[in-house]
Design a protein around this ligand. Structure first.
Ligand code: DC
Length: 231
């Protein structure tokens, strides 16, 4: 049996990280973890408890109640990946709307939030056989990962992808609002003090603006095979 490795997939929002990560996990029989979903679920909790609105963000209060926020993933065979639960409730759909998207980067800036989630991510992935996607997986969560991919695409390409997804779900959003959100999150994600989005020294960069899903999957699968062959 081939040895299992850790695959870290980082990159800008809406670059298709989760699509690629799910494909890899299903093909390899690995566990897939969407760490963005964890930051989104904490954001949803903050919204539900009126700790964050357009007018204010009660950071100290959020830090105080962090121990009350329990997250777990449960594999749903119907969709083929682990869905996220916030305090026992499946919030997989609720965390994907544009309001959560507009607040999540603010929540992800808080060091106390990051250290809580990073600890849980490290625990989930400690036995390898994991594909984890996020912003700091190859740099902070698993700096020893055997394979690190950094995904990028133009902001316009990414906004169009996210816009199409939201419209398909029935959300009433404008392309301009989605593009603005993508650009704002890019800025905050790359400029925050704690664990900013950067390319790990040993990551393989992949711009998929002009790549099909099949092409990127084949490209990364070959890398995985090359690595596991040598173990
Ligand atoms: O991947 P996503 O768009 O669902 O992530 C939502 C936000 O969470 C993103 O704007 C940045 C933050 N995030 C992070 O800071 N670190 C991670 N490992 C994953 C996501």
């Amino acid at each position: 049996m081939t040895k299992k490795i850790t695959i870290a997939i980082d990159g800008f929002s809406s670059t298709g990280k989760s699509t690629l990560a799910k494909q890899l996990a299903n093909t390899l029989g690995y566990v897939y973890v969407d760490t963005g979903a964890m930051y989104r679920a904490v954001t949803l909790y903050a919204m539900q408890n009126e700790l964050i609105t357009k007018e204010f963000f009660k950071v100290d209060e959020l830090i105080r109640v962090l121990p009350e926020i329990k997250l777990h993933f449960k594999f749903n065979p119907e969709v083929g990946f682990g869905e996220i639960f916030l305090n026992g409730i499946n919030v997989e759909n609720d965390i994907r709307n544009i309001t959560v998207s507009s607040f999540v980067s603010k929540v992800a800036e808080i060091s106390e939030v990051r250290s809580k989630l990073v600890e849980q991510q490290q625990e989930i992935g400690k036995d390898k056989g994991i594909v984890m996607d996020g912003r700091d997986i190859g740099t902070v969560v698993f700096p020893e990962a055997e394979l690190k991919i950094f995904m990028n695409a133009t902001a316009a390409t990414r906004a169009k992808r996210r816009y199409d997804e939201l419209v398909a779900k029935g959300d009433n959003v404008s392309y301009e609002a989605v593009l603005k959100n993508v650009q704002e999150r890019d800025y905050i994600d790359t400029h925050r003090e704690d664990s900013p989005l950067v390319v790990a020294d040993d990551a393989i960069e992949m711009d998929n603006s002009d790549m099909t899903k099949d092409e990127q999957f084949t490209f990364v699968s070959t890398l995985v095979n090359d690595i596991t062959k040598t173990l």
